[in-house]
Design a protein around this ligand. Structure first.
Ligand SMILES: *Cc1c(COP(=O)(O)O)cnc(C)c1O
Length: 475
Protein backbone atom coordinates (compact mmCIF):
# COMPACT_ATOMS: atom_id res chain seq x y z
CA UNK A 1 0.00 0.00 0.00
CA UNK A 2 1.34 3.39 -0.99
CA UNK A 3 0.20 6.88 -0.04
CA UNK A 4 -0.53 9.76 -2.39
CA UNK A 5 -1.05 13.45 -1.73
CA UNK A 6 -4.46 15.07 -2.15
CA UNK A 7 -2.69 17.77 -4.21
CA UNK A 8 -1.03 15.30 -6.58
CA UNK A 9 2.47 16.76 -6.68
CA UNK A 10 4.31 14.53 -4.22
CA UNK A 11 5.89 11.13 -4.85
CA UNK A 12 3.93 8.14 -3.50
CA UNK A 13 5.30 6.94 -0.17
CA UNK A 14 5.19 3.87 2.05
CA UNK A 15 3.44 3.99 5.43
CA UNK A 16 6.59 4.24 7.55
CA UNK A 17 7.86 7.10 5.40
CA UNK A 18 4.80 9.27 6.09
CA UNK A 19 4.38 8.20 9.73
CA UNK A 20 6.75 10.73 11.26
CA UNK A 21 5.95 13.66 8.98
CA UNK A 22 2.98 15.96 8.64
CA UNK A 23 1.79 17.48 5.39
CA UNK A 24 3.00 16.12 2.05
CA UNK A 25 5.74 18.30 0.50
CA UNK A 26 3.16 19.81 -1.91
CA UNK A 27 1.02 20.98 1.01
CA UNK A 28 -1.55 18.19 0.62
CA UNK A 29 -2.59 15.37 2.93
CA UNK A 30 -1.63 11.75 2.40
CA UNK A 31 -4.25 9.11 1.60
CA UNK A 32 -3.97 5.49 0.47
CA UNK A 33 -3.84 5.24 -3.32
CA UNK A 34 -7.05 3.19 -3.05
CA UNK A 35 -9.20 1.97 -0.18
CA UNK A 36 -8.97 -1.77 0.51
CA UNK A 37 -12.31 -3.46 -0.14
CA UNK A 38 -13.59 -5.80 2.57
CA UNK A 39 -15.29 -8.95 1.31
CA UNK A 40 -18.36 -10.45 2.93
CA UNK A 41 -16.25 -13.46 4.00
CA UNK A 42 -13.78 -11.16 5.76
CA UNK A 43 -16.56 -9.26 7.49
CA UNK A 44 -18.07 -12.55 8.69
CA UNK A 45 -14.70 -13.73 10.04
CA UNK A 46 -13.95 -10.38 11.70
CA UNK A 47 -17.19 -10.40 13.69
CA UNK A 48 -15.67 -13.01 16.02
CA UNK A 49 -12.39 -11.17 16.66
CA UNK A 50 -11.13 -9.36 19.73
CA UNK A 51 -10.51 -5.62 19.31
CA UNK A 52 -6.73 -6.09 19.00
CA UNK A 53 -7.09 -8.84 16.39
CA UNK A 54 -9.62 -6.76 14.46
CA UNK A 55 -7.25 -3.79 14.62
CA UNK A 56 -4.46 -5.95 13.26
CA UNK A 57 -6.60 -7.20 10.33
CA UNK A 58 -7.65 -3.67 9.38
CA UNK A 59 -4.30 -1.95 9.92
CA UNK A 60 -2.39 -4.65 8.03
CA UNK A 61 -4.32 -3.58 4.90
CA UNK A 62 -2.88 -0.07 5.28
CA UNK A 63 0.53 -0.88 6.76
CA UNK A 64 2.38 -3.22 4.42
CA UNK A 65 5.94 -2.20 5.27
CA UNK A 66 6.08 -3.53 8.85
CA UNK A 67 6.51 -7.33 9.17
CA UNK A 68 3.22 -8.98 10.13
CA UNK A 69 4.47 -10.46 13.41
CA UNK A 70 5.86 -7.08 14.54
CA UNK A 71 2.67 -5.22 13.66
CA UNK A 72 0.58 -7.84 15.40
CA UNK A 73 2.64 -7.59 18.60
CA UNK A 74 2.58 -3.81 18.52
CA UNK A 75 -1.19 -3.66 18.08
CA UNK A 76 -1.74 -6.29 20.79
CA UNK A 77 0.30 -4.18 23.20
CA UNK A 78 -1.71 -1.06 22.32
CA UNK A 79 -5.29 -2.27 22.63
CA UNK A 80 -5.47 -3.93 26.05
CA UNK A 81 -8.16 -3.73 28.71
CA UNK A 82 -5.48 -2.37 30.99
CA UNK A 83 -4.81 0.72 28.84
CA UNK A 84 -8.52 1.35 28.17
CA UNK A 85 -9.67 0.59 31.68
CA UNK A 86 -11.87 3.54 32.58
CA UNK A 87 -15.15 2.02 31.41
CA UNK A 88 -18.43 3.44 32.65
CA UNK A 89 -22.06 2.31 32.58
CA UNK A 90 -21.12 -1.34 33.06
CA UNK A 91 -19.06 -1.53 29.86
CA UNK A 92 -16.74 -4.50 29.31
CA UNK A 93 -13.17 -3.14 29.16
CA UNK A 94 -12.09 -6.21 27.14
CA UNK A 95 -14.13 -4.82 24.23
CA UNK A 96 -11.97 -1.63 24.34
CA UNK A 97 -14.80 0.48 22.83
CA UNK A 98 -17.97 -1.04 24.34
CA UNK A 99 -21.48 0.21 23.63
CA UNK A 100 -23.84 1.69 26.20
CA UNK A 101 -27.45 0.99 25.26
CA UNK A 102 -29.65 4.06 25.74
CA UNK A 103 -32.76 2.41 24.29
CA UNK A 104 -33.54 -0.09 21.52
CA UNK A 105 -31.59 0.99 18.47
CA UNK A 106 -29.78 3.88 20.20
CA UNK A 107 -26.29 3.53 21.68
CA UNK A 108 -23.23 5.45 22.69
CA UNK A 109 -19.86 3.88 21.91
CA UNK A 110 -17.24 4.56 24.61
CA UNK A 111 -14.10 5.81 22.92
CA UNK A 112 -12.87 7.63 26.01
CA UNK A 113 -11.73 4.86 28.34
CA UNK A 114 -8.02 5.50 27.80
CA UNK A 115 -5.59 7.32 30.10
CA UNK A 116 -6.74 10.88 29.29
CA UNK A 117 -10.49 10.15 29.14
CA UNK A 118 -10.92 11.40 25.56
CA UNK A 119 -11.07 9.57 22.24
CA UNK A 120 -7.70 10.92 21.08
CA UNK A 121 -6.11 8.10 23.13
CA UNK A 122 -7.56 5.54 20.68
CA UNK A 123 -5.16 6.64 17.95
CA UNK A 124 -2.42 8.32 19.94
CA UNK A 125 -1.55 5.21 21.94
CA UNK A 126 -0.94 3.35 18.67
CA UNK A 127 1.10 6.26 17.36
CA UNK A 128 3.37 6.10 20.43
CA UNK A 129 4.16 2.45 19.81
CA UNK A 130 4.56 2.93 16.04
CA UNK A 131 6.92 5.88 16.52
CA UNK A 132 9.10 3.95 18.95
CA UNK A 133 9.22 0.93 16.62
CA UNK A 134 10.10 2.86 13.44
CA UNK A 135 12.64 5.16 15.14
CA UNK A 136 14.39 2.17 16.68
CA UNK A 137 14.57 0.39 13.29
CA UNK A 138 15.97 3.47 11.61
CA UNK A 139 18.28 4.56 14.39
CA UNK A 140 16.55 7.95 14.51
CA UNK A 141 15.11 10.21 17.19
CA UNK A 142 12.31 12.78 17.18
CA UNK A 143 11.47 15.80 19.29
CA UNK A 144 7.76 16.46 19.19
CA UNK A 145 6.79 20.08 19.58
CA UNK A 146 3.12 20.91 20.02
CA UNK A 147 0.65 23.40 21.40
CA UNK A 148 -2.49 22.29 23.18
CA UNK A 149 -5.56 23.71 24.83
CA UNK A 150 -6.28 20.33 26.45
CA UNK A 151 -7.12 16.98 24.85
CA UNK A 152 -4.47 16.58 22.14
CA UNK A 153 -1.48 17.51 24.25
CA UNK A 154 -2.36 15.25 27.12
CA UNK A 155 -3.13 12.33 24.78
CA UNK A 156 0.25 12.85 23.07
CA UNK A 157 2.11 12.94 26.39
CA UNK A 158 0.44 9.79 27.71
CA UNK A 159 1.19 8.03 24.42
CA UNK A 160 4.86 9.07 24.27
CA UNK A 161 5.84 8.89 27.94
CA UNK A 162 8.84 6.64 28.44
CA UNK A 163 9.19 5.94 24.71
CA UNK A 164 12.76 5.49 23.47
CA UNK A 165 14.14 8.15 21.10
CA UNK A 166 11.10 10.40 21.58
CA UNK A 167 10.91 13.64 23.54
CA UNK A 168 7.77 15.76 23.83
CA UNK A 169 7.76 19.54 24.32
CA UNK A 170 4.18 20.63 24.86
CA UNK A 171 3.17 24.27 25.08
CA UNK A 172 -0.05 25.17 26.87
CA UNK A 173 -1.61 28.52 27.79
CA UNK A 174 -0.70 29.26 31.41
CA UNK A 175 -3.74 29.11 33.67
CA UNK A 176 -6.23 28.60 30.82
CA UNK A 177 -6.89 24.87 31.18
CA UNK A 178 -9.00 23.29 33.89
CA UNK A 179 -7.31 22.15 37.10
CA UNK A 180 -7.93 18.55 36.05
CA UNK A 181 -6.37 19.05 32.61
CA UNK A 182 -3.35 20.78 34.14
CA UNK A 183 -2.93 17.98 36.64
CA UNK A 184 -3.18 15.35 33.90
CA UNK A 185 -0.32 16.85 31.95
CA UNK A 186 1.87 18.54 34.52
CA UNK A 187 1.93 15.65 36.98
CA UNK A 188 3.79 13.42 34.51
CA UNK A 189 7.30 12.88 35.85
CA UNK A 190 8.73 11.03 32.84
CA UNK A 191 12.07 12.54 31.86
CA UNK A 192 11.15 12.62 28.14
CA UNK A 193 8.08 14.84 28.70
CA UNK A 194 8.45 18.62 29.02
CA UNK A 195 5.53 20.91 29.82
CA UNK A 196 5.88 24.58 28.98
CA UNK A 197 3.14 26.92 30.20
CA UNK A 198 3.17 30.05 28.08
CA UNK A 199 1.96 33.28 29.70
CA UNK A 200 -0.55 34.01 26.94
CA UNK A 201 -3.39 32.39 25.03
CA UNK A 202 -3.51 29.12 23.07
CA UNK A 203 -2.94 31.11 19.86
CA UNK A 204 0.33 32.49 21.28
CA UNK A 205 1.48 28.94 22.00
CA UNK A 206 0.47 27.81 18.53
CA UNK A 207 2.25 30.75 16.90
CA UNK A 208 5.47 29.71 18.62
CA UNK A 209 5.12 26.16 17.28
CA UNK A 210 4.52 27.53 13.78
CA UNK A 211 7.52 29.86 14.00
CA UNK A 212 9.81 27.04 15.11
CA UNK A 213 8.46 24.66 12.44
CA UNK A 214 8.92 27.29 9.73
CA UNK A 215 12.60 27.55 10.59
CA UNK A 216 13.64 24.69 8.29
CA UNK A 217 17.25 24.67 9.43
CA UNK A 218 16.37 24.49 13.13
CA UNK A 219 13.69 21.91 12.44
CA UNK A 220 16.11 19.60 10.62
CA UNK A 221 19.00 20.12 13.03
CA UNK A 222 16.93 19.36 16.14
CA UNK A 223 14.65 16.74 14.51
CA UNK A 224 11.45 18.61 15.34
CA UNK A 225 8.25 16.70 14.59
CA UNK A 226 4.53 16.88 15.33
CA UNK A 227 1.62 14.57 16.09
CA UNK A 228 -1.27 16.72 14.88
CA UNK A 229 -4.65 15.54 13.69
CA UNK A 230 -3.68 15.29 10.01
CA UNK A 231 -1.31 12.41 10.76
CA UNK A 232 -2.50 9.52 8.59
CA UNK A 233 -1.77 6.85 11.23
CA UNK A 234 -4.22 8.55 13.59
CA UNK A 235 -6.98 8.39 11.00
CA UNK A 236 -6.15 4.75 10.21
CA UNK A 237 -6.31 3.72 13.89
CA UNK A 238 -9.75 5.31 14.19
CA UNK A 239 -11.22 3.18 11.39
CA UNK A 240 -11.13 0.15 13.69
CA UNK A 241 -13.75 1.25 16.20
CA UNK A 242 -16.32 1.83 13.46
CA UNK A 243 -16.07 -1.88 12.63
CA UNK A 244 -16.19 -2.79 16.32
CA UNK A 245 -19.26 -0.58 16.88
CA UNK A 246 -20.97 -2.15 13.89
CA UNK A 247 -20.37 -5.69 15.15
CA UNK A 248 -21.55 -4.84 18.67
CA UNK A 249 -24.77 -3.12 17.52
CA UNK A 250 -25.86 -5.78 15.00
CA UNK A 251 -26.39 -9.53 14.90
CA UNK A 252 -25.59 -10.13 11.24
CA UNK A 253 -23.65 -8.49 8.45
CA UNK A 254 -26.89 -8.00 6.50
CA UNK A 255 -27.77 -5.14 8.83
CA UNK A 256 -26.83 -1.48 8.54
CA UNK A 257 -25.99 1.08 11.20
CA UNK A 258 -25.62 4.85 11.47
CA UNK A 259 -22.90 6.72 13.38
CA UNK A 260 -23.21 10.19 14.88
CA UNK A 261 -19.86 11.93 15.34
CA UNK A 262 -19.11 15.08 17.36
CA UNK A 263 -16.78 16.78 14.92
CA UNK A 264 -14.08 19.43 14.94
CA UNK A 265 -11.11 18.84 12.64
CA UNK A 266 -12.95 16.07 10.73
CA UNK A 267 -10.44 13.41 11.83
CA UNK A 268 -12.86 11.10 13.59
CA UNK A 269 -15.61 11.17 10.98
CA UNK A 270 -13.02 10.91 8.17
CA UNK A 271 -12.21 7.46 9.58
CA UNK A 272 -15.93 6.63 9.43
CA UNK A 273 -16.06 7.76 5.82
CA UNK A 274 -13.13 5.47 4.99
CA UNK A 275 -14.72 2.51 6.85
CA UNK A 276 -17.82 3.06 4.70
CA UNK A 277 -15.72 3.27 1.51
CA UNK A 278 -14.14 -0.06 2.50
CA UNK A 279 -17.58 -1.63 2.50
CA UNK A 280 -18.71 -1.47 6.13
CA UNK A 281 -22.54 -1.25 5.95
CA UNK A 282 -22.96 2.31 7.25
CA UNK A 283 -26.28 3.82 6.16
CA UNK A 284 -25.52 7.27 7.51
CA UNK A 285 -22.71 9.35 8.93
CA UNK A 286 -24.25 12.06 11.06
CA UNK A 287 -21.87 14.98 11.50
CA UNK A 288 -22.52 17.11 14.59
CA UNK A 289 -20.95 20.51 15.18
CA UNK A 290 -21.28 22.97 18.04
CA UNK A 291 -21.76 26.72 17.51
CA UNK A 292 -18.70 26.60 15.23
CA UNK A 293 -20.72 25.23 12.34
CA UNK A 294 -18.40 25.47 9.34
CA UNK A 295 -18.89 21.75 8.53
CA UNK A 296 -22.66 21.73 9.09
CA UNK A 297 -22.85 24.63 6.67
CA UNK A 298 -20.88 22.70 4.06
CA UNK A 299 -23.01 19.57 4.20
CA UNK A 300 -26.20 21.66 4.00
CA UNK A 301 -25.14 24.09 1.26
CA UNK A 302 -21.98 22.94 -0.54
CA UNK A 303 -20.19 26.09 0.65
CA UNK A 304 -17.02 25.68 2.70
CA UNK A 305 -16.17 28.95 4.39
CA UNK A 306 -13.29 28.88 6.90
CA UNK A 307 -13.94 31.30 9.72
CA UNK A 308 -11.68 34.04 11.04
CA UNK A 309 -10.42 33.88 14.62
CA UNK A 310 -12.91 36.60 15.51
CA UNK A 311 -15.79 34.47 14.17
CA UNK A 312 -14.74 31.39 16.17
CA UNK A 313 -16.55 30.99 19.48
CA UNK A 314 -15.21 29.51 22.68
CA UNK A 315 -17.87 27.01 23.70
CA UNK A 316 -18.64 24.43 26.36
CA UNK A 317 -17.60 21.69 23.90
CA UNK A 318 -14.15 23.23 23.40
CA UNK A 319 -12.52 20.38 21.47
CA UNK A 320 -14.88 21.16 18.57
CA UNK A 321 -14.03 24.88 18.47
CA UNK A 322 -12.47 25.12 15.02
CA UNK A 323 -12.28 27.80 12.35
CA UNK A 324 -11.45 25.32 9.59
CA UNK A 325 -11.27 21.53 9.62
CA UNK A 326 -7.76 20.29 8.94
CA UNK A 327 -8.75 16.79 7.73
CA UNK A 328 -11.59 17.93 5.50
CA UNK A 329 -9.35 18.04 2.43
CA UNK A 330 -9.21 14.22 2.54
CA UNK A 331 -12.97 13.93 2.14
CA UNK A 332 -13.13 16.58 -0.57
CA UNK A 333 -10.47 14.69 -2.54
CA UNK A 334 -12.82 11.68 -2.64
CA UNK A 335 -15.88 13.85 -3.32
CA UNK A 336 -14.27 15.41 -6.42
CA UNK A 337 -13.42 12.00 -7.82
CA UNK A 338 -9.84 12.03 -6.46
CA UNK A 339 -8.81 14.73 -8.92
CA UNK A 340 -5.86 16.58 -7.33
CA UNK A 341 -6.17 19.48 -9.80
CA UNK A 342 -9.60 20.28 -8.37
CA UNK A 343 -8.29 20.05 -4.79
CA UNK A 344 -5.40 22.38 -5.65
CA UNK A 345 -7.83 24.92 -7.07
CA UNK A 346 -10.14 24.75 -4.03
CA UNK A 347 -7.34 24.92 -1.46
CA UNK A 348 -5.67 27.83 -3.24
CA UNK A 349 -8.71 29.66 -1.87
CA UNK A 350 -8.83 27.98 1.54
CA UNK A 351 -5.13 28.64 2.15
CA UNK A 352 -5.89 32.36 1.66
CA UNK A 353 -8.77 32.15 4.13
CA UNK A 354 -11.36 32.26 1.33
CA UNK A 355 -14.47 30.14 0.81
CA UNK A 356 -15.33 27.74 -2.01
CA UNK A 357 -18.76 26.77 -3.28
CA UNK A 358 -19.41 23.35 -4.82
CA UNK A 359 -23.20 23.67 -4.95
CA UNK A 360 -23.40 24.28 -8.71
CA UNK A 361 -20.82 21.62 -9.66
CA UNK A 362 -21.09 18.00 -10.82
CA UNK A 363 -19.27 17.02 -7.61
CA UNK A 364 -22.08 18.24 -5.41
CA UNK A 365 -24.55 16.06 -7.34
CA UNK A 366 -22.66 13.08 -5.94
CA UNK A 367 -22.76 14.15 -2.28
CA UNK A 368 -25.67 11.79 -1.64
CA UNK A 369 -23.42 8.79 -2.38
CA UNK A 370 -21.32 9.52 0.68
CA UNK A 371 -24.03 9.10 3.31
CA UNK A 372 -23.44 12.33 5.21
CA UNK A 373 -26.09 14.35 7.02
CA UNK A 374 -25.34 17.09 9.54
CA UNK A 375 -26.63 19.33 12.27
CA UNK A 376 -25.47 21.72 14.96
CA UNK A 377 -25.89 22.12 18.67
CA UNK A 378 -25.70 25.15 20.96
CA UNK A 379 -24.90 25.58 24.64
CA UNK A 380 -28.61 25.40 25.52
CA UNK A 381 -29.03 22.24 23.40
CA UNK A 382 -26.02 20.72 25.13
CA UNK A 383 -27.34 21.42 28.62
CA UNK A 384 -30.78 20.10 27.69
CA UNK A 385 -29.33 16.97 26.12
CA UNK A 386 -27.16 16.21 29.17
CA UNK A 387 -30.30 16.57 31.33
CA UNK A 388 -32.36 14.45 28.93
CA UNK A 389 -29.83 11.58 28.84
CA UNK A 390 -29.44 11.62 32.61
CA UNK A 391 -33.19 11.72 33.23
CA UNK A 392 -34.32 9.29 30.55
CA UNK A 393 -31.41 6.83 30.43
CA UNK A 394 -29.51 7.45 33.66
CA UNK A 395 -26.37 8.01 31.55
CA UNK A 396 -24.14 11.02 32.09
CA UNK A 397 -22.79 12.48 28.85
CA UNK A 398 -19.92 14.85 28.34
CA UNK A 399 -20.57 18.07 26.43
CA UNK A 400 -19.22 16.88 23.05
CA UNK A 401 -21.13 13.61 23.13
CA UNK A 402 -24.24 15.61 24.03
CA UNK A 403 -23.82 17.57 20.80
CA UNK A 404 -23.59 14.22 19.00
CA UNK A 405 -26.75 12.85 20.60
CA UNK A 406 -28.67 16.06 19.97
CA UNK A 407 -27.99 15.86 16.23
CA UNK A 408 -28.31 12.04 16.12
CA UNK A 409 -31.92 12.26 17.36
CA UNK A 410 -32.74 14.46 14.36
CA UNK A 411 -31.47 11.88 11.88
CA UNK A 412 -32.55 8.41 13.00
CA UNK A 413 -33.68 5.94 10.33
CA UNK A 414 -36.30 3.27 11.03
CA UNK A 415 -34.71 -0.10 11.90
CA UNK A 416 -31.17 1.22 11.67
CA UNK A 417 -29.28 1.30 14.98
CA UNK A 418 -27.77 4.73 15.71
CA UNK A 419 -24.39 4.76 17.45
CA UNK A 420 -23.30 8.07 18.97
CA UNK A 421 -19.53 8.18 19.42
CA UNK A 422 -18.64 9.17 22.99
CA UNK A 423 -15.57 11.34 22.55
CA UNK A 424 -14.86 12.27 26.18
CA UNK A 425 -15.93 11.47 29.71
CA UNK A 426 -17.99 14.01 31.65
CA UNK A 427 -15.31 14.14 34.36
CA UNK A 428 -13.28 16.38 32.02
CA UNK A 429 -15.99 19.04 31.93
CA UNK A 430 -17.08 19.46 35.52
CA UNK A 431 -18.30 23.03 35.22
CA UNK A 432 -20.86 22.33 32.49
CA UNK A 433 -22.02 19.12 34.20
CA UNK A 434 -22.65 21.14 37.37
CA UNK A 435 -24.59 23.68 35.34
CA UNK A 436 -26.72 20.98 33.70
CA UNK A 437 -27.25 18.55 36.56
CA UNK A 438 -26.20 20.32 39.75
CA UNK A 439 -23.91 17.39 40.58
CA UNK A 440 -20.25 16.48 40.19
CA UNK A 441 -19.41 14.08 37.36
CA UNK A 442 -18.05 10.68 38.28
CA UNK A 443 -14.30 10.46 38.01
CA UNK A 444 -12.41 7.14 37.81
CA UNK A 445 -11.29 6.22 41.33
CA UNK A 446 -7.56 6.20 40.60
CA UNK A 447 -7.74 9.75 39.21
CA UNK A 448 -9.26 11.14 42.39
CA UNK A 449 -7.08 13.88 43.80
CA UNK A 450 -4.65 14.03 40.87
CA UNK A 451 -4.71 17.81 41.31
CA UNK A 452 -2.69 17.27 44.51
CA UNK A 453 0.20 15.46 42.81
CA UNK A 454 3.49 17.23 42.33
CA UNK A 455 3.60 19.13 39.02
CA UNK A 456 6.47 19.51 36.57
CA UNK A 457 6.04 22.56 34.35
CA UNK A 458 8.12 25.54 33.26
CA UNK A 459 6.39 28.89 32.89
CA UNK A 460 7.70 31.03 30.05
CA UNK A 461 6.88 34.25 28.21
CA UNK A 462 5.55 33.70 24.67
CA UNK A 463 8.98 34.14 23.14
CA UNK A 464 10.19 32.00 20.23
CA UNK A 465 13.87 32.43 21.06
CA UNK A 466 13.36 31.35 24.67
CA UNK A 467 11.46 28.22 23.61
CA UNK A 468 14.15 27.36 21.06
CA UNK A 469 16.81 27.78 23.74
CA UNK A 470 14.87 25.51 26.11
CA UNK A 471 14.70 22.85 23.39
CA UNK A 472 18.36 23.12 22.40
CA UNK A 473 19.41 22.52 26.00
CA UNK A 474 17.34 19.34 26.26
CA UNK A 475 17.32 17.49 22.93
C1 LIG B 1 -10.76 16.14 19.29
C2 LIG B 1 -12.14 16.00 19.84
C3 LIG B 1 -13.29 16.09 19.03
C4 LIG B 1 -13.23 16.41 17.56
O1 LIG B 1 -12.67 15.37 16.81
P1 LIG B 1 -12.16 15.63 15.31
O2 LIG B 1 -11.43 14.40 14.94
O3 LIG B 1 -11.25 16.82 15.40
O4 LIG B 1 -13.35 15.89 14.47
C5 LIG B 1 -14.53 15.88 19.62
N1 LIG B 1 -14.65 15.63 20.93
C6 LIG B 1 -13.56 15.56 21.75
C7 LIG B 1 -13.77 15.33 23.20
C8 LIG B 1 -12.27 15.72 21.24
O5 LIG B 1 -11.20 15.65 22.06
Amino acid sequence: MRYISTRGNAAPQAFCDILLGGLAPDGGLYLPESYPQISRAELDAWRQLSYADLAYEILSKFITDIPAADLKALVARTYTADVYRYTRNGGDAAQITPLTKLEDGLYTQELSNGPTLAFKDMAMQLLGNLFEYVLEKRGQAINILGATSGDTGSAAEYAMRGKHNVKVFMLSPDGKMSAFQRAQMYSLQDPNIFNIAVTGLFDDAQDIVKAVSNDAEFKAKYKIGAVNSINWARVAAQIVYYFQGYFLATKSNDEQVAFAVPSGNFGNICAGHIARQMGLPIARLVLATNENDVLDEFFKTGIYRPRSAAETSITSSPSMDISKASNFERFVFDLVGRDPAVVRELWAKVDKGLAFDLSATVHWQKIGNFGFVSGKSSHVDRINTIRFAQGRYNVMLDTHTADGLKVALEHRLPNVPMIVLETAQPAKFEETIREALGTEPVRPADLAGIEKLEQRVVVMAPDVAAVKQFLVERV
